[in-house]
Design a protein around this ligand. Structure first.
Ligand code: PEP
Ligand code: MG
Length: 858
């Protein structure tokens, strides 16, 4: 036994005196009119016929459970003894009537704490007996002695002694059970990716892990079962962990859930998906469109923007004749295991061959987790044990689970059913020695795939250059297929309903990803317009890309730096390829969110260095940690806030947790080459905050013996910072405007509010005036001003920002060629003139209209 185990065994072996939970007459268990208690099947203890209506804790402990009918609860004492307190006999039938619980699962209580009150008159009328039981349920590790029996007792008076059996204490400890609760703060609930993340951690624990939510219970190691809980944002999850180390595992799992399970955490749920999920329609019941009817327009939902002209390639169902009866348990089990192993190896190989991160990597990860899902495996083995063939068993089990997900009436979870069906097909095809993809191996040039629903693995396996577009009857804009299509640059329209299935194979199509429309049998003029549109897009794109690496200057030669916003090291290289002249905003949250401990200085240095290397010495503006508000950290507890967006955020958190700031600053100071990095501080409200950060920077620079100074900038996101920009500029080396936050604070519109989304526009004159005010203040001290908020990524907004005096834009990498191209055609003088006019307008729409009419080509 390890030292820790010995210590735990000592605790378990300790004697524990339990006091009476109620006042009343104490009696032997044999006198209770219920064999479950009288024969000590539930454990050893005492009964008290109560004369007081209050059940109180018999010792210090943790509430392990309160029965749904509130007539019983279980406590776990510090010695490990688990004590059931049960009011009356057969009182479960009352379904809670007459009982009021005063505690919750997981709550720590002291001896004498009020647990449950009960209506004695009602129980006297309705219950078989009022006798209240106190029994030690894990009796195999504990001995009950010194029981008071046959006399009246007062609540709080010693009633019996529980002594741990030292010889069996470690066994009892190994069987420990820990209960915890945690709120789910994932915008999209417990869908496939976070479920897989949870299950992977749970599977490292040898003992049981069970999650309960809204009365549904799931094996915590099973991705499919976890998804089927239907847990949505804001739900409370009850976690039960059993076995050795349960306490530690439970703590880690709770922290892991609180940290978002690898997803971003949202204090509010994301808006519901306003997409209907058309049910599958047998293709044969949909009449085929006919060329003779002329051009037909079908509508769906935009999933991936773009334009395509091509021919329909119908992706139809593969049918497998799967025998139900198998060739025996051993044979079929072995076949299933081998097929699963082969599919796993294929997925791993595909995973390794492509980019590891992003949507594609997530999908492969979720599929791998589903392949190892213990619930699915066990259910399939049960079918095989009943004589079914391996493919029949696997298909039946996975189909059942997919149907359960669809039945949850949650569009996002229903979309995940396609992942399961995808897996079912792959494994069954493997077992039957057939190809698993329904997409023909040979595709004509400009193929537009038309499917009821294309599966993620089918799309991921395709070469994007061979597919012009994708339309689907089902799916939603958040489905994995949609995310994949966007990542692969394939225009896609989804959720078209049954009409999509009327598109004949080979029919000419125009797919307008931007408007979510598909034109079947397009007219000659539609084709011409589309062909011209495609040519113009292609030409524009390649010309812009060809020039993307050149410095950005306005038509009259004014230098404007165009940088990239980065959120992950993986994007640095592609940003550089798109012409980024540096990184104007590295959101360092990627290193801090979604984990249980803060990254240390070494880890941070390594990751920042990776990005600096990819940028080959170009400027790298590293923003200090911007958490709090909508980005809480599990390991940095902040007080509960009524209004977190107006609470502890950005620099306010850094100054409150100086050790975190200090480590980050040191990591940045260590990056080579020394001149590459600048430090940017988020959510600054006044100059003294920046001076406080500078003091930390200078102290650490001295401690590291670094001679080279480092530029320190303030983000302008708070209206006061814009208004007092001259004061801020005195304390800063540069300013960078975060228009996302600035807009939400200026317009008093929450940036997470879907209802207000269309009005939350950074081109609102109110925001533009603050941009102008910031530049004016910065000029007093000769400081440059950048914009790193969302408007910097809009080619239409860039000339206005430049016209207001901004000299650096930091944008999403994909749009950098477009932003540079837009600025190259315009003179600064003209930009200034239009920007001045924009400041006097009344609305963002008016500003946009002005820009469009001035520069129609943008
Ligand atoms: C902003 O607020 O504009 C900004 C760039 O910061 P973030 O979007 O990360 O809050
Ligand atoms: Mg911000």
């Amino acid at each position: 036994m390890s030292r820790a185990s010995v210590a735990r065994a000592d605790v378990a072996a300790a004697r524990l005196r339990l006091v009476s939970p109620v006042s009343g007459w104490a009696a032997r268990l044999e006198e209770v009119p219920d064999p479950a208690f009288s024969q000590r099947l539930m454990g050893d203890g005492v009964a008290v016929d109560p004369t007081s209506p209050e059940l109180r804790a018999p010792c210090d402990g943790v509430v392990m459970s309160v029965h749904a009918s509130r007539h019983a609860c279980t406590l776990r004492a510090s010695t490990g003894a688990e004590i059931l307190l049960h009011i009356g006999i057969d009182t479960v039938m009352l379904r809670g009537e007459g009982f009021t619980s005063h505690v919750q699962t997981g709550q720590q209580v002291r001896a004498g704490a009020l647990l449950i009150t009960f209506d004695m008159d009602l129980l006297a009328r309705k219950a078989r007996s009022l006798q209240t039981l106190m029994v030690v349920v894990n009796a195999e590790g504990y001995t009950v002695s010194d029981c008071v029996e046959g006399r009246s007792v007062q609540a709080g008076e010693p009633l019996l002694t529980v002594t741990g059996d030292a010889a069996r204490a470690s066994e009892a400890e190994a069987e420990a059970r820990v209960l915890r609760e945690v709120r789910l703060l994932l915008a999209h609930g417990l869908h496939a990716r976070p479920a897989a993340a949870f299950a992977l951690r749970a599977r490292q624990h040898l003992g049981g892990v069970v999650l309960t939510c809204k009365g549904r219970t799931a094996n915590g190691k099973s991705v499919s079962a976890l998804m089927a809980l239907g847990a949505v944002h804001g739900d409370t999850l009850s976690l039960q962990v059993e076995g050795e180390g349960a306490e530690q595992v439970a703590r880690e799992l709770v922290e892991w859930v609180a940290a978002g399970l690898g997803e971003a955490i949202h204090l509010r749920a994301a808006p519901g998906v306003a997409v209907s999920m058309p049910v599958p329609v047998p293709a044969s019941t949909v009449p085929e469109l006919d060329a003779a009817q002329g051009e037909r327009i079908l509508s769906g939902t935009l999933a991936s923007p773009g334009l395509a002209l091509g021919r329909a390639v119908r992706v139809t169902e593969l049918t497998f004749e799967v025998p139900e009866v198998g060739a025996g348990l051993e044979h079929e089990s072995a076949r299933l295991d081998e097929a699963l192993a082969r599919v796993r190896a294929e997925i791993q190989a595909a995973h390794a061959a492509g980019p590891g991160a992003g949507a594609r990597g997530d999908i492969f990860g979720a599929h791998l987790a589903l392949l190892e899902d213990p619930e699915l495996l066990e259910a399939a083995r049960r079918e095989v044990a009943q004589g079914r063939s391996a493919p029949w068993a696997w298909r039946a089990v996975v189909e059942r689970q997919a149907a359960a997900l669809v039945g949850l009436e949650d569009a996002r979870l229903a979309e995940r059913a396609s992942d399961l069906r995808d897996l079912a097909r792959r494994v069954v095809a493997e077992l039957m020695g057939r190809a698993h993809s329904r997409v023909p191996a040979e595709l004509p040039p400009d193929a537009i795939l038309v499917a009821d629903e294309l599966l993620p693995s089918e799309l991921a396996a395709l070469d994007p250059r061979r597919v012009a577009g994708l339309c689907m009857a089902r799916g939603g804009p958040t489905s994995h297929v949609a995310i994949l299509a966007a990542g692969m640059g394939i225009p896609a329209v989804v959720a078209m309903g049954a009409s999509a299935l009327g598109i004949p194979d080979g029919a000419p199509l125009v797919l307008e990803g931007d408007s979510g429309q598909v034109r079947v049998f397009p007219s000659e003029s539609t084709r011409e317009v589309t062909t011209r549109g495609l040519a113009a897009r292609a030409e524009r794109r390649s010309a812009r890309l060809a020039n993307a690496h050149e410095e950005c200057r306005t038509a009259d030669g004014v230098r404007i730096e165009v940088f990239a916003n980065l959120g992950r090291p993986a994007d640095a290289l592609s940003a550089f390829e798109k012409g980024a002249e540096g990184c104007g905003l590295l959101r360092t949250e990627f290193l801090f969110l979604e984990r249980v401990h803060a990254p240390d200085e070494e880890e941070q240095t390594a990751r920042y260095q990776e990005i600096a290397d990819a940028l080959q010495g170009r400027p790298l503006v590293i923003r200090t940690l911007d958490v709090g508000g909508d980005k809480p950290l599990a390991y940095l507890p902040l007080p509960r806030e009524e209004n977190p967006v107006l609470g502890l955020r950005g620099v306010r958190v850094s100054l409150r947790s100086p050790e975190l700031l200090r480590a980050q600053v040191r990591a940045i100071l260590r990056v080579q080459p020394r001149g590459a990095c600048r430090i940017l501080v988020p959510m600054v409200t006044s100059a003294d905050e920046l001076r406080a950060v500078r003091a930390v920077v200078e102290a650490e620079r001295g401690a590291l013996g670094r001679a080279e100074p480092i530029a320190l900038g303030a983000m302008v996101e708070v209206p006061a910072a814009a208004v007092l920009a001259d004061q801020l500029a005195a304390a800063a080396d540069f300013l960078s405007i975060g228009t996302n936050d600035l807009t939400q604070y200026v317009l008093a519109m929450d940036r997470g509010n879907a209802e207000l989304a269309s009005r939350l526009d950074g081109l609102h004159p109110g925001v533009l005036r603050l941009v102008a005010k910031t530049v004016e203040g910065a000029r007093v001290h000769g400081r440059p001003v950048a914009v790193c908020g969302g408007v910097a990524s809009e080619p239409l907004a860039a000339p206005l920002l430049v016209g207001l005096g901004v000299t650096e834009l930091s944008a999403t990498p994909a749009v950098i060629p477009d932003v540079k191209a837009a600025l190259r055609t315009l003179s600064l003088a003209h930009c200034e003139q239009v920007a001045r006019a924009a400041l006097s307008l009344e609305s963002a729409e008016a500003v946009r209209a002005l820009v469009r009419s001035t520069w129609p080509g943008l």
